[in-house]
Structure formats: C-alpha cells, structure tokens
Design a protein. Structure first.
Length: 383
C-alpha cells in the first residue's frame, strides 16, 4: 500500500517526506521536482518566508541513478531560517532559554488553543511549529514524485484559482485552459485577465487593511483509467479519500467534487450526465466531476478546494494570555495575507497521492514494467 508521512517543524532544521510503496524503475526528473517546489513559493499575498527559503529537495534514500529502487524514498528540505532559530528550536534542554520566542496568546482560527490544551503545553510555539503550513513543503516534494509516477502512466494533474475572497474567475472548460492559467497570470493563477487584476487589487487592499483572504482552487486530472476506487466499502470510495486528503491541508474547510454544491439546487434531469455509446462509452457532460459511486468513470476528475482566510492577523483579534487568562490581543507570527495563488500545487500533490495509491491498489506490480503491462491488459478489456 502506498503511504507517505511528513516530519519537521516550521523553524526546525528540516522538513522530511517519507514515501513507502512506490514500485521500482520509475524515472525521476529532479529538475521537475524542484519546479514544483518553486510553484509553492510564488504568488501574490505571500509573506517574507517564501523569499528567504530556497526549498531545495535532497533525495537521501530510495532513488539511484535517476530511478526508484522500490525501497522507501526520503526527501529532505532544509529550512534556511533555522540559522536564526537554533537556540529556540534546539532539541537539547541545556542550551535554551524556555522564555525565548515563547508564544502566549492563542490566535483564533489557528491550532494554538486546542493544541496547547490537548498536549499540555504552556508555550504555544510547541503547537504552531508543527501546525504551520510550512509542513506543506514536504507534501509538495512527495507530490512531485506522485505526479511523475502518474505521468508515466498517462495521467496529468493541474489546477487554477477559481476565487479569491469575493472575486470569481471564469471556469475552465478543458484541461488546456487549466494549464494555461498559471502561465497567463502567474501571480494569481486565475484564468481570466479581468479576474486576475481584480484579485491583485483585492490582495493589495487587504494587505493595507492588515486583513487576510481565502478562496477556491479547482484541480483537474486527465487520463485516469475508469475503475479506480470502489463502491464496495466506505473507505475505498475515492470521493471520500480525496475529501480526507484535501481537507487535511491547512485552512481547507470544504471539498467539492464536480458540480456538487450547485447540483443541490437543481433537478436530477439537469445534473446527471447522459450515457452514449460511440466507439466506447461517452458522456456529453461531466457534472459528476469524473466520479460515480466513488469510482473513476473515465471523465476528467474535477475537485474544488475551499480555503478559509488566513488566521494570523496583523491587526489581531481579541484573545487571552494562555497562562494568566488576562485579556490580550492574539499573537502575531510572520504571516501570509492570502495563500490561494500558491496553494494549488498542494492540492495537486494530495490529489496525486490519492490517485497513485488507488492506481497501485488496482494494478499492483513491484516494478513499473509490471504495472504498465497490468494497466494495458485492463484497458484492453474495458475498451
Ligand atoms: C500554503 C499555506 C500557507 C499558510 N500560511 C499561513 C500563515 O502564514 N499564517 C497563518 O496564520 N496561517 C497560514 N495558513 C493556514 C494555517 O496553517 C491553518 O489555518 C492552521 O494550521 C489551522 O488549521 P485549519 O485552518 O485547517 O483549521 C497557511 C495555509 C496554507 C495552505
């Protein structure tokens, strides 16, 4: 079974991604992995941290001479900022002052309060160092590997920005449009130029107001074989698996498959995609977003990911000192204003993981050659 985990604190020495279960013989393009890391760093509304870090990925296990070995893959991203935090983040108890950079006032909307109560901390830094979305650098590094695995099987993943705050962009009509958005408007990744300009203006205005924004990302996947996931057991349904993986991204509060939300206000006759047969089964529309009964149906997978506005406010909300219980403004950590433009690559990474896992469950194989021949045989059967 394909699995991946991450470790590392926001200001610790490094982030690590550990992947177990990928077959041997997958060619990995290291430059491509680095490009994905760069995509996570760039976008309007980002904070200073993105400028400081290079997010260089080092592969320290599981890959040799450009190909996977079938053994666990470990990816390491060193935190440059650690140089400024060595004392605060030291693993040793002897060379640190516990009051240094201690965080006292929990931020509404962050994990600070619930996390400190749960784990019995008085320094909220012990929570935020791991709850921080700096962790997503490791997800994106792993996701870059999953995307290359899928690409080797003819499956491609991309995303664009559908909404930032109240500004909505045009919806993509096909995969080419999805891919073009980033090239056309790299700082927002919106499809239409008008929406891009309005989003830029809204982010600038929000920065001046010392407030934050959320938004919506749409992920598309093409080239998926029919039959990934299953309806036979609740935890094998791929819509459920995608929702879990995508909801686990920091600040994501809703996940929608196809026309999920709009469909709730329509009649069934307007929503469900007719079935035709012309040299194979065809669907003239794709309101289902490529999944029926938790199973891929051969149409493009379309998933929307909804992020709430960032919790850290430079004009902070009321809070209390965690120890004294005195009224105090919420703490401020260096923060982004809006992460939507650069969060698409994180959603792509988590989507790619779920798909890669389901591909491996269905087609198996210890090496890419076996996997590919299993897939080809299956494709011959289903036509
Ligand atoms: C790419 C990315 C960057 C983020 N950067 C920040 C940030 O700078 N400041 C902040 O308060 N929250 C940031 N967040 C969101 C928080 O990490 C998140 O709201 C928090 O961990 C609480 O989790 P929850 O919102 O999922 O409940 C970011 C999220 C993502 C996806």
């Amino acid at each position: 079974m394909l699995q991946f985990f991450t470790s590392g604190e926001s200001h610790g020495p490094q982030l690590t991604a550990f992947i177990e279960g990928l077959p041997a013989g997958l060619e990995l393009d290291l430059v491509e992995i680095q490009k994905e890391m760069q995509r996570r760093k760039i976008g309007s509304g980002s904070g200073a941290r993105q400028k400081m870090e290079t997010d260089t990925v080092e592969i320290v296990s599981g890959v040799r001479q450009g190909k996977t070995l079938g053994s666990p893959i470990t990816l390491v991203i060193k935190n440059k900022d650690f140089a400024n935090w060595t004392e605060v983040m030291s693993a040793s108890s002897t060379d640190t002052d516990p009051e240094l950079k201690k965080v006292h006032n929990p931020r509404p909307g962050h994990a600070d309060l619930a996390g400190a109560l749960k784990y019995g901390f008085t320094d909220l830094r012990n929570v935020l160092e791991r709850a921080s979305a700096r962790e997503t650098t490791a997800r994106v590094a792993a996701g870059a590997v999953f995307k290359q695995f899928l690409k080797a099987l003819g499956v491609e993943v991309a995303s664009y920005t559908l909404q930032i705050g109240s500004v909505q962009s045009d919806k993509a009509g096909n995969f080419e449009e999805v891919k073009q958005a980033e090239e056309k408007n790299p700082s927002t990744r919106a499809l239409s130029t008008e929406a891009h300009a309005a989003m830029e203006a809204l982010i600038a205005e929000t920065r001046l107001k010392q407030d934050t924004l959320g938004g919506v990302i749409e992920v598309w996947v093409v080239g998926l074989p029919v039959g990934l996931g299953s309806y036979v057991q609740w935890n094998r349904k791929m819509d459920g698996q995608l929702a879990q993986a995508l909801m686990s991204i920091q600040s994501v509060k809703a996940v929608e498959i196809g026309e999920g939300i709009a469909a709730t206000q329509k009649h069934g006759s307007e929503v469900h995609d007719p079935i035709l047969y012309k040299e194979g089964f065809r669907r003239p529309s794709n309101n289902a977003g490529g999944l029926e009964g938790g199973v891929s149906n051969g149409e493009p997978l379309i998933v929307r990911v909804y992020h709430k506005p960032i919790a850290t406010l430079y004009n902070p909300l009321p809070s209390v000192d965690f120890e004294t219980k005195e009224v105090a403004p919420a703490s401020i950590e260096r923060s982004d204003i809006c992460v939507i433009p650069r969060a698409g690559v994180i959603a792509e990474s988590m989507t790619a993981f779920v798909l890669a896992k389901n591909v491996l469950e269905k087609f198996g194989g210890d090496c890419m050659e076996d996997l590919k021949s299993n897939l080809e045989n299956y494709k011959k059967r289903v036509g």
